[in-house]
Write a protein that binds this ligand. Structure first.
Ligand SMILES: *Cc1c(COP(=O)(O)O)cnc(C)c1O
Length: 357
């Protein structure tokens, strides 16, 4: 006979809070959206909240953005719609990937969110499903998603009821001739395709000037504290900081090593702490020996390798810290990107599911 383990209380017991959390600065998020809305001049700013609000949690960021005045939200997948609608009643939600199946089209009609039509095939699929209000993406040079300029006369587009006519910039964070060319092509498309609102600029595009603004801008990374262009650095604030609890504290002596493969060796006695964040949480191994945590003003360097669920930090400068105390990752996006080689987008969207949000 086999023994069967029973866990009778599991579903009823409250789940303890995780030992790691995202510190979300809602005031910074609000002020970033307001700054980008102001920089958009006559255009209104919307918000890209795809990839779970760039990793911060769509359910957390959407209400803050809506309260600030944002009315237009962009997600990539149909599966991302529910989180937005669960926490807000926005004027407009657009699904960037568009309708790939009849089920996608039916879901759009049932929920009232708009598909972004990206191809002649998607236009036909949408109309066959009964059509309705939609957005239309024109590809002005990225060669990724969108109706090519050569197809904008196609009759399949004629029946579409287009709210936002959009295109997407290739290199908005740089000054390239392609920006100007894409702007010109987008304007040409706007002249021939009936629509209510025109939209071209992502975060970086907002800084390219009024010619790029149209009626609606679509910032993402800059809302969350990323700095796509140097001239935006002064107006955007950091929004998110990963925090982790100290699981254990120990004293080590000269010659002791820390973590897998012993890549750090102490040259003097020191006090070290193991904290509850690792590469499974998006704090990748590229932070090994390079990352820094903060306890107030005190800097606590990462020692040795980051492991899956844990990272070890130097607590020598913070003798007051104990097991159960919290520390905050130094996670300023532009600087962190320079240190790790990750993009600011990756630094945000990597943030894992174990964080308390
Ligand atoms: C992701 C995305 C945005 C936002 O881009 P950022 O560079 O994060 O500001 C805007 N438009 C489209 C079509 C996107 O896919």
């Amino acid at each position: 006979m086999t023994m069967v383990m029973m866990f009778p209380d599991t579903p009823l017991s409250p789940v303890p809070s995780p030992a790691l959390r995202l510190d979300l600065d809602r005031d910074a998020l609000r002020s970033n959206w307001l700054a980008l809305d102001r920089m958009s001049c006559k255009a209104r700013a919307g918000a890209a909240v795809k990839a779970d609000g760039y990793g911060l949690g769509a359910r957390q960021v959407v209400p803050v953005l809506q309260e600030a005045g944002c009315q237009d939200f962009f997600v990539a997948h149909w599966s991302e719609v529910a989180d937005v609608l669960a926490v807000a009643a926005p004027v407009s939600v657009s699904v960037l990937h568009g309708p790939l199946t009849a089920a996608d089209a039916a879901y759009a009609q049932a929920t009232g969110v708009k598909p972004v039509i990206n191809s002649i095939e998607q236009a036909r699929r949408w109309m066959e499903a009964g059509g309705g209000r939609c957005d239309l993406m024109i590809d002005t040079g990225i060669n990724r998603l969108g109706v090519p300029m050569s197809q904008i006369g196609d009759e399949a587009l004629n029946g579409l009821d287009v709210d936002i006519l959009l295109s997407h910039l290739v290199s908005s964070e740089e000054d390239t001739l392609l920006n100007t060319a894409q702007c010109r092509r987008w304007r040409e498309a706007c002249c021939v395709i009936p629509h209510d609102r025109a939209s071209l600029a992502n975060s970086g595009g907002i800084a390219l000037g009024a010619a790029f603004h149209g009626d609606l801008t679509r910032p993402g990374i800059a809302l969350y504290g990323g700095v796509p262009r140097q001239e935006m650095a002064g107006v955007l604030s950091q929004v998110v900081r990963p925090q982790a609890a100290i699981l254990q504290v120990r004293e080590i002596v000269a010659g002791d090593t820390v973590g897998y493969n012993g890549t750090f060796m102490a040259s003097a006695p020191m006090r070290v702490g193991t904290i509850a964040i690792g590469y499974a949480d998006g704090y990748l191994r590229c932070w090994s020996g390079k990352g820094r945590f903060l306890a107030g003003e005190v800097v606590l360097p990462v020692l040795g390798r980051v492991s899956m669920d844990m990272t070890t930090i130097d607590l020598t400068a913070a003798p007051h810290l104990r097991e159960g105390d919290w520390v905050t990752a130094d996670y300023a996006l532009a600087e962190s990107a320079a240190v790790t080689g990750l993009s600011q987008y990756e630094l945000l969207t990597l943030l894992g599911r174990r964080f308390g949000r």
